[in-house]
Design a protein around this ligand. Structure first.
Ligand code: C5P
Length: 213
């Protein structure tokens, strides 16, 4: 069973992906962390995220053991990740790992921007999770503040808008709702309500035979 979750920055897809995976006993991959790790490694080489060759070297040498590092969620890495993610060669270098992860037994939940469209076009269930930009900024700002980050809410909103624009308009694997994805707008839902709505959508998409116990 493969569940693909896509959506814009800070839409809650990562938290939902984690909870959905735990609920159904599936593996979970937050693919944004791959791009964040590549961005951090590119910067560590002393190179700019706009440098496609440097980002490709970082992507090929990526240490997957670093994906659990909470430092990857640092506010500034989101922008750099969005830039390295716009290089087609970087996306290509990360493709095989994501597809292999999706084939894990008994199944996997992957969240990102292009899971339903490019990585797992044959996923059993596709969700497109979104929320109003202001609400997404409010949530991310709260998280960053709790983590001791001094960024303002206005800066978070500007970052989210800039990233959404870049992610939607890039030539390769842009952020888009797959034709067969179900839309889940969480603007007026707290995380528990969003989780319940997501489980209902997954169960409805799988039908009684596909439901996990
Ligand atoms: O999901 P998160 O905000 O952590 O992702 C960081 C950046 O990585 C995004 O802004 C996007 O540009 C990129 N990304 C992507 N494709 C994915 C996941 C993330 O391009 N599947």
């Amino acid at each position: 069973m493969i569940i693909a979750i896509d959506g814009p920055a800070a839409s809650g897809k990562g938290t939902l992906g984690k909870r959905i995976a735990a609920y159904y006993g599936l593996a979970h991959l937050d693919t944004g962390k791959l791009y964040r790790a590549v961005a951090r490694a590119t910067l560590a080489l002393g190179k700019s995220p706009t440098d496609a060759s440097a980002a490709l070297i970082a992507a090929k040498a990526l240490d997957l053991g670093t994906l659990a590092d909470p430092g990857l969620m640092d506010g500034k890495l989101g922008e750099a990740a969005s830039i390295v993610a716009s290089h087609p060669e970087v996306r290509e270098a990360l493709l095989a790992y994501q597809r292999a992860f999706a084939r894990r037994k008994p199944g996997a939940v992957l969240d990102g921007r292009d899971i339903g469209t490019v990585i797992c076009p044959d996923a059993d269930v596709k969700l497109f999770v979104t929320a109003a930009p202001e609400e997404r900024a409010r949530r991310r700002y709260r998280e960053l503040r709790e983590a001791g980050n001094g960024i303002s809410e206005a800066e978070v909103l500007a970052d989210i808008r800039r990233r959404d624009e870049r992610d939607k308009n890039r030539a390769t694997a842009p952020l888009a709702q797959a034709q067969d994805a179900v839309l889940l707008d969480t603007t007026n839902l707290d995380i528990d309500a969003a989780f319940k709505a997501a489980i209902d959508l997954v169960d409805a998409a799988m039908g009684p035979a596909g439901q996990a116990g």
